[in-house]
Design a protein around this ligand. Structure first.
Ligand code: DQQ
Length: 496
């Protein structure tokens, strides 16, 4: 399907309307109009307007025939669909997919730098070449022209054997452009390769900016190859973000450290999200100087369910990144989301026991924001039961384990028909100095997105309740008592 046909014939409003009755479909997280979407691409604010491009398959709800979808927003919350920006060109370096990349302002010319995916075998899609391509727009980001010189980096660095190679991400220092591309050294680990250019069209390979260790599994596995890397300065430190590929945990990690003489020395690291849905994030600096990040929220259900639903994938909420003085990366939901708040309940000093008590007080809990502050008392584990059926037969528990100092989302009973592959997702979440726990939770159809304490940990998970009444919210304490010192719940409006 050509970009021209997409632009003139596709009615995105009708596509969205057809999916409106699906209660698993997010109401205020960004989704594609229908079909498959994955990584955020080309995030940029251009003349005041936020533009989000994303990996998109116009042919259906599974990964394939990857285009760049496009949406624009003035507030990071309400989005307008724009025509598809990039489509594969037959017999070209991106003949089998316009894979992930970034957008930059090149002396006033909006420019994409992305990975062209070209199959080299008729029968085996894994035999392929992924090379750096560029495209520019002359009409305010609406339509895009691929560079006749593509691929602008025709080969991997000479003599280098790599596991995979893709996903360029560029930034400018003075008059010089730099780029890192994700890759992996066989039996060594993931890496990002650093390049330099004056014009975005001629690139000089420098050296690996950083290399992981494939043998290391603690505190997390960093993979055999790194996808969708990003490198940027933030609050006096430098941050490298990578997503781990493959045959194991697909998660996203950051390294924070010093950058001098084109060398990066990390001294802190962590996972961006303790769940298994958040992946391949991208961030950008907006006009106010904030670093804003979106990540792809993968579905966590079977292929058949995706086909039946007709859509797959969502974006995380816009997260504002900051770094602590020790380099700890912190993520907070963008304050613009508060514009969605509707009906509200505020409660104080609610005693919690092992008999979950409903706290919705007439609100509906399928699309909701919750801010809860807890004191543990003597409870071993405490938190909330969400997406909870009236009779308790379905529920998802967002629980804090005091002894382990861990946050977990327990999906063992999230849906009556089956248990997901990883029913419990969890990770380290130390309590604040005052011993209290603050959870900031967003529920949206099939998304549970949790921010904790000082925004030092996030946990996102997908859940697919089967019962229409699985919209309750209750408080729960296990093995003792706890107190919800303050609880705010808001119904959130739909943006679609
Ligand atoms: N998705 C893209 C790749 C990237 C991966 C293909 C990460 O460019 O490496 O759709 O989800």
């Amino acid at each position: 399907m050509s970009t021209e046909r997409q632009a003139s014939e596709v009615d995105f409003t009708a596509m969205r309307a057809r999916l409106r009755g699906d209660w698993h479909r997010p109401q205020y997280h960004f989704t594609a109009p229908a079909n498959w979407m994955n990584d955020p691409n080309g995030l940029i604010q251009w003349h005041g307007v936020y533009h989000m491009f994303y990996q998109y398959n116009p042919d259906g709800p599974l990964h394939g025939n990857i285009h760049w979808g496009h949406a624009a927003s003035t507030d990071l919350v309400n989005w307008e669909d724009w025509p598809v920006a990039l489509a594969p060109t037959p017999n070209s370096p991106d003949s089998h997919g316009c894979y992930s990349g970034c957008a930059v302002d090149h002396n006033g010319i909006p420019t994409f730098i992305y990975s062209g995916n070209k199959r080299l075998s008729e029968t085996d899609p894994t035999i392929r070449e992924q090379r750096t391509c560029i495209a520019t727009s002359a009409d305010g980001l609406r339509t895009w022209t691929k560079d006749p010189g593509n691929p602008v980096i025709p080969n991997v660095p000479p003599g280098m054997a790599l596991v995979q190679y893709r996903d360029p991400s560029a930034w400018r220092e003075g008059d010089t452009w730099y780029q890192i591309t994700g890759a992996g050294f066989p039996d060594v680990g993931g890496t990002v390769l650093l390049y330099r250019s004056d014009d975005l069209r001629h690139w000089e390979y420098l050296h690996p900016l950083y290399v992981g260790d494939v043998r290391r599994t603690e505190p997390f596995w960093t993979g055999i190859m790194w996808e969708c890397p990003q490198f940027f300065a933030l609050d006096g430190t430098h941050i490298l973000i990578i997503s781990t590929w493959d045959h194991g945990p697909k998660q996203t990690a950051y390294f924070a450290g010093d950058y001098a003489g084109l060398r990066f020395t990390p001294h802190r690291e962590g996972l961006l999200d303790l769940g298994w849905s958040f992946f391949a994030p991208q961030s950008f600096r907006d006009d106010t100087g904030r670093r804003v990040m979106f990540g792809w929220l993968r579905e966590e259900r079977e292929r058949d369910a995706l086909v039946a639903a007709g859509w797959a994938g969502a974006m995380s909420l816009p997260r504002i990144l900051t770094a602590g003085s020790d380099g700890t990366l912190m993520q907070a939901p963008a304050p613009e989301l508060q514009s969605l708040r509707g009906a509200h309940v505020h409660l104080e000093d609610v005693a919690m026991t092992d008999a979950p008590g409903d706290v919705l007080d007439g609100l509906r809990g399928g699309n909701m924001e919750i801010i809860a502050e807890f004191a543990a008392d003597d409870a071993e584990r405490f938190g909330l039961s969400v997406f909870r059926a009236l009779d308790g037969s379905e529920e998802t528990r967002i629980i804090y384990d005091r002894a382990r100092q861990e946050l977990l989302v327990d999906r063992t009973r999230s849906r009556a028909d089956t248990v997901p592959e990883r029913p419990v997702v969890s990770g380290a979440c130390p309590l604040g100095a005052d011993g209290r726990l603050r959870l900031h939770i967003f529920l949206d159809g099939s998304i549970v997105e949790v921010f904790t304490n000082d925004n030092t940990a996030c946990l996102t998970a997908r859940v697919y309740p089967t019962r229409p009444d699985s919209t309750g919210v209750a408080l729960v304490a296990e093995g003792g008592r706890a107190v919800a010192q303050s609880l705010d719940l808001w119904e959130l409006a739909s943006v679609w």
